[in-house]
Design a protein around this ligand. Structure first.
Ligand code: VGL
Ligand code: ZN
Length: 183
């Protein structure tokens, strides 16, 4: 049980500038994540993947409808190292903020089956899906890290509160330079 997994949360067109629910600078996470993918035993990537009629769209603008261009990964994201895609928010009553709520794979079981003990969370957005995923990783017993320069909030005013909640839960906030080994 000593493998490390990188989880790339929702680096999809709709969460990037020009998208339906854009995080300002959301696209800035892409080059950072592209450098990180080589440093992990496993790479997993979630997609927010909603039905058009979900109740989730009573709280949010329509975004990441399954199969639409807005739900695709950002075109510059390196996908060659992704071992498992996680589809979440797929029900019409389900927000699916956490990648641990993916409906195509049980993420906690997948990580245990692959002997992962450390989970590093990156992607979009800091205060919703990144935070929910990281909190669930802790609840499931994984040593959990959030890579600060590889995440962005949808609302920058809520960013610091999100970090406080994560640190209070025992999540370690690091930067990509802490994780990257010299080549
Ligand atoms: C997200 C709001 C709604 C996220 C998803 O990926 O953080 N935020 N759906
Ligand atoms: Zn959503």
């Amino acid at each position: 049980m000593e493998k490390k997994a990188l989880i790339i949360v929702d680096v999809q067109n709709d969460f990037c500038p020009g998208g339906a629910l854009a995080a300002p600078e959301g696209d800035k996470v892409v080059p950072v994540i592209n450098k990180l993918v080589d440093q992990f035993d496993y790479v997993l990537a979630s997609k927010d993947w909603h039905p058009a009629d979900t109740v989730h769209f009573q709280k949010w603008p329509v975004h990441c409808v399954a199969g639409t261009p807005g739900a695709e990964f950002h075109p510059d994201l390196r996908t060659d190292k992704i071992d498992q895609v996680l589809l979440k928010g797929t029900g019409n009553k389900d927000d699916g903020y956490s990648a641990f709520e993916a409906t195509n794979v049980d993420l906690a079981e997948w990580l245990r089956a692959h002997e992962v003990d450390e989970v590093y969370v990156t992607g979009l957005t800091t205060e919703y899906c990144v935070k929910s995923t990281a909190l669930d990783a802790v609840k499931n017993g994984f040593r959990t890290f959030v890579i600060r320069d590889a995440v962005r909030p949808v609302n920058p005013a809520d960013e610091e509160a999100a970090y406080r909640d994560m640190e209070a839960a025992g999540i370690q906030v690091v930067t990509s330079s802490d994780v990257l080994q010299p080549a």
